[in-house]
Design a protein around this ligand. Structure first.
Ligand code: AVJ
Length: 322
């Protein structure tokens, strides 16, 4: 067998898995869904009819690209478009194309933890929009943001789309927005995509598709533990379970052990015992309303300048400023 090099990331993954599976109740972080396989499954999720989020945001950006980019380019002749967790960039391309038409001097700076995702994005952009100035940055969001120096009167626009903020607990979201605020000058802006509270059934359906794509996504974390940490999870012995609490707006994903079982994870030297029907909590997907976003922004030292939504008010994109 090929010699595997152990990277800093493997060590962090191992530690987090160890801590999560020895805690009570057990948990694992959704940030570990996204390896090459997880990225592919997430692409499938985005094209499922039940997963309304991507389409809604696409339509919001497409219908409002003129006023949005007008706000971006106000009082400046040069902008940096910084995107946190760029993914495939399909939604961002709407804004890039619109900005190209304005003749403003701009640079697109996608920031992602995955070099692979950035390489793919760079290739597709260079084919579709060869004249756009792109500079990819590999790293974690806040640390990378801090390294970006502005020149002259350039303005930073931070894109945080897709309701990715929903994966954070309230305190983490607040901390995150405060750190963004800290990196901003007066004219800088955030374009934040937030999934909204709605009929609870619509939300449950988005995270509970009958074809099992979301189940495979959730279980990908077990698959990664098996391949990267020498675990022996039997994926068929767990089921995917989704809950939504309409009072708090929190959707939660779990993996539920169908029977009492013992799992070995060799590289972190761990034996994990599961009772029958014991859970591993894997993800939260927070849903918001306007007053929650207004309060969250205010607590972080920001204010809502404008909000854009779709006809059903399923999803909103907020412009936040200092
Ligand atoms: C990428 C975090 C926005 O929470 O809706 C999709 C991930 N999880 N289906 C979400 C996800 C299950 C998604 N985000």
């Amino acid at each position: 067998m090929e010699q595997q090099t152990i990277t800093k990331l493997d060590i962090k993954f191992g530690k987090d898995v160890y801590n999560g599976l020895t805690d009570f109740p057990k948990h694992l972080s959704s940030k570990y869904f996204y390896d090459h396989n997880g990225d592919k499954i997430f692409q499938q999720i985005m094209s499922m009819p039940e997963y309304y989020l991507t389409n809604c945001e696409y339509n919001i950006l497409d219908r409002n690209k003129a006023p949005i980019t007008e706000l971006f380019t106000k009082n400046t002749n040069r902008i940096n478009l910084l995107e946190l967790g760029a993914g495939d960039g399909i939604k961002t391309k709407i804004l890039l194309e619109q900005l190209s038409g304005t003749g403003i001097d701009f640079k697109y700076i996608p920031i992602d933890i995955s070099q692979n995702a950035l390489d793919q994005l760079e290739t597709s952009l260079s084919m579709e929009y060869p004249t756009i100035n792109v500079e990819t940055k590999q790293g974690t969001y806040i640390e990378t943001l801090k390294t970006i120096r502005k020149e002259g009167n350039s303005k930073n626009i931070i894109l945080f789309l897709g309701s990715n903020i929903g994966n954070l607990l309230h305190d983490q979201a607040l901390q995150f927005l405060s750190e963004l605020e800290n990196s901003m000058d007066v004219d800088d802006m955030i374009l934040l995509g937030c999934d909204q509270k709605k009929n609870p059934q619509t939300i449950l359906d988005a995270y509970n598709d009958p074809t099992g794509i979301t189940e495979a996504f959730n279980k990908n974390i077990l698959k990664r533990i098996n391949s990267e940490l020498q675990g022996n999870f039997d994926l068929d012995k767990f089921l995917h379970w989704e809950t939504y609490n309409p009072q708090t707006g929190t959707a939660k994903s779990y993996l539920v052990s169908k029977e009492a079982q013992e799992v070995h994870i060799k590289s972190i030297d761990l034996v994990v015992d599961f009772e029958a029907w014991e859970t591993i909590h894997t993800e939260i997907s927070q849903k918001y309303d306007d007053s929650e976003i207004t309060n969250l922004a205010r607590e972080a030292g920001l204010k809502v300048l404008k909000a854009f939504t779709d006809s059903k008010k399923y999803f909103k994109n907020y412009i936040l400023v200092k």
